[in-house]
Write a protein that binds this ligand. Structure first.
Ligand code: ZN
Length: 142
């Protein structure tokens, strides 16, 4: 499916931007999970601590994509961290990356290969929203 403009309300997208801006990683990313339009979890990416779930997600992606470099990415990405934190099954994720001057400009934040594989195999999330320099886009992964 070709990406289209995100249909989410600006208030929700602003929350995703706020989470990304709160990241203390050099590459600032944040994700929020929604269940029937309600936010059930939020997380930033992590650059100082590894996590077992991210480790296995990375190992699996390295196998699936035939790229051993992926296996080294053991610092939790915001998508994986958000799914670890969620206590309910989400149907929607919003992934945001910010950068530029003042760290307020939207950057391309489509889930990477590790997160794509993890979302598709280990969650019920099918509605994917992500930031780009031209605003938020949407893809259906069902
Ligand atoms: Zn990722």
């Amino acid at each position: 499916m070709k990406p289209e403009k995100s249909y989410l309300k600006p208030a929700i997208l602003k929350q995703a931007i706020a989470v990304a801006m709160a990241s203390d990683a050099p590459k600032k990313m944040g994700a929020i999970l929604l269940k029937r339009n309600k936010i059930i979890a939020a997380a930033t990416n992590e650059h100082s601590k590894t996590h077992t779930v991210q480790y296995f997600a990375a190992q699996n992606a390295a196998k699936v994509w035939g790229d051993p470099n992926l296996a080294k990415k053991t610092f939790p990405h915001c998508e994986v961290k958000c799914l670890i934190k969620a206590k309910e099954d989400a149907d929607t994720i919003v992934v945001c990356r910010v950068g530029g001057h003042g760290g307020k400009e939207l950057r391309y934040g489509r889930p990477c290969r590790i997160c794509t594989t993890y979302l598709q195999n280990c969650s019920n999330v099918v509605h994917i929203h992500y930031s780009t320099e031209e605003g938020f886009f949407y893809e259906y992964w069902g």
